[in-house]
Design a protein. Structure first.
Length: 206
């Protein structure tokens, strides 16, 4: 069904911090999260002619006892992000042992941190804000296909409210990117190196 497209497209940005970091690392070779959240959000939305109404940032943070340097990095970066008006949702990383088999047949076990509940939190917030008519455009910085079901739900809300809503996913990409897909059932916005590098955070939180 066709709905009238608003002239001013109010946009809420949802950023999966770890997913964005992994994509930028694969695409551009950056080994720590060096993006500036507000600049990147503003830049991508401006390229589409969208108005940024709100930015939400989600990430897992390692415990101080498990990884002191990264705990310090994220806590410092989150303070800076929050001071720029971004809403922050963070959770402690959960750790588990992971075992890999080496070429000589032996095994090696090491501790890895995993995010739990970040994608669920993003999904809940998107659906809630869509019901509240808080946005016309939902822009998600992620390639997490678990969020494809949210796109279906947003379309159902659009039909229920009889109004135009768009959901898009933005992600870094280059010839070295193995994953060249955005979230299924969303509009894909590719972030090339020129756009990304224009939005690098000048602060070093390490």
């Amino acid at each position: 069904m066709h709905y009238d497209e608003p002239t001013i497209k109010r946009t809420v940005v949802f950023i999966d911090g770890q997913n964005l970091f992994r994509s930028a690392k694969e695409a551009f070779g950056y080994f720590y999260p060096n993006y500036e959240v507000k600049s990147l959000s503003d830049n991508v939305c401006a390229s589409q002619g969208w108005q940024v109404n709100e930015i939400r940032f989600y990430t897992g943070v390692p415990d101080l006892r498990d990884n002191g340097p990264w705990n310090k990095f994220w806590n410092n970066k989150l303070v800076n992000i929050g001071q720029r008006g971004v809403k922050i949702f963070s959770r402690a990383l959960r750790y588990r042992n992971q075992t890999v088999k080496l070429p000589d047949g032996s095994t090696y076990t090491f501790l890895v941190g995993q995010e739990k509940g970040i994608d669920v939190r993003i999904a809940i917030d998107i659906i809630r804000l869509a019901h509240d008519q808080a946005f016309d455009v939902c822009l998600v910085f992620s390639q997490d296909q678990d969020l494809s079901e949210v796109a279906d739900e947003v379309r159902r809300i659009s039909a229920e409210q009889n109004r135009w809503i768009k959901i898009a996913s933005a992600f870094p990409i280059s010839p070295t990117s193995q994953n060249k897909r955005g979230i299924n059932k969303t509009d894909w916005i590719q972030i090339d190196r020129q756009i990304y590098d224009a939005c690098i955070d000048s602060n070093d939180y390490r």
